[in-house]
Design a protein around this ligand. Structure first.
Ligand SMILES: Nc1nc2c(ncn2[C@@H]2O[C@H](COP(=O)(O)OP(=O)(O)OP(=O)(O)O)[C@@H](O)[C@H]2O)c(=O)[nH]1
Ligand SMILES: [Mg+2]
Length: 223
């Protein structure tokens, strides 16, 4: 059965956030007109939810911890035909979302951003190397035309839901790509600008603990 969509013409921007109160105001200010910001918070100990609400975003709290759990809760809670996902740390520019939306409207099932650093030194070497190796595997083993792990992406909500539950932590973007390949989706990649986080603290690539957890999650998916 098709669900009734409250606002079929628009786009929900799902923003997974853990302790992003510092960076979030800038991210929300750059959301394109007519797009709906939906911040998914699980486990923040700062004012992330209050900051988001004060700036007009919808806030969903998810009990299960993890990046993937947050993204999936946001997609489930959205009520638009298209959903976009990007980080809440200010490293990606929401103004680049319409470019990805256009690709989906033109026929892609999943449009993903390939991060191009805006300056040197913002993407730690170990994260970059890992990313390159993973992307190569995604091309060779799964035939996906990607050079990054789809940190920013746009798709149809119904398509995302059709893949079923995916990884709850940092394996989510990879499992989504693998699922997309398995389902025969048309995946299209386009360059996006990648800057330094504009506030707060890294949960993944900027810490050894985060990097180790993410690597373990990645390997679980790509085994
Ligand atoms: N809701 C939620 N969001 C999370 C969780 N872990 C990470 N995030 C969010 O996922 C996004 C990516 O995490 P980052 O800490 O930026 O990871 P990164 O990009 O590797 O690290 P930086 O180099 O510091 O940008 C950010 O918006 C985080 O707030 C989580 O457990 N729950
Ligand atoms: Mg980041």
């Amino acid at each position: 059965m098709t669900e009734a969509l409250a606002d079929p013409g628009s786009v929900t921007v799902v923003i997974p956030c853990r302790d992003e109160a510092d960076a979030l105001p800038g991210v929300l200010a750059a959301i394109p007109p007519g797009y709906h910001a939906l911040v998914v918070d699980n486990g923040s100990t700062d004012a992330t939810a209050a900051v988001a609400l004060a700036r007009g975003a919808r806030v969903v709290s998810e009990k299960r911890p993890g990046y993937g759990a947050a993204v999936q809760a946001g997609i489930a809670a959205a009520s638009t035909e298209l959903v976009a996902v990007l980080d809440g740390d200010g490293s990606m520019d929401p103004a680049e979302l319409p470019g990805l939306v256009e690709l989906v409207r033109a026929g892609a099932d999943l449009a993903v951003g390939r991060r191009v650093p805006s300056q040197s030194g913002i993407w730690p070497w170990h994260a970059r190397l890992g990313n390159r190796l993973i992307a190569r595997r995604l091309r060779r083993k799964y035939g996906l035309p990607v050079h990054d792990i789809a940190a920013m992406r746009v798709s149809r909500r119904a398509a995302m839901l059709s893949l079923g539950p995916l990884h709850n932590r940092f394996g989510y973007p990879l499992e989504l790509l693998v699922g997309a390949a398995g389902a025969g989706w048309r995946v299209v990649e386009r360059d996006i600008t990648y800057g330094p986080r504009t506030g707060g603290v890294s949960k993944v690539s900027g810490s050894w603990r985060g990097s180790l957890i993410a690597t373990r999650d990645f390997l679980t998916v790509l085994r």
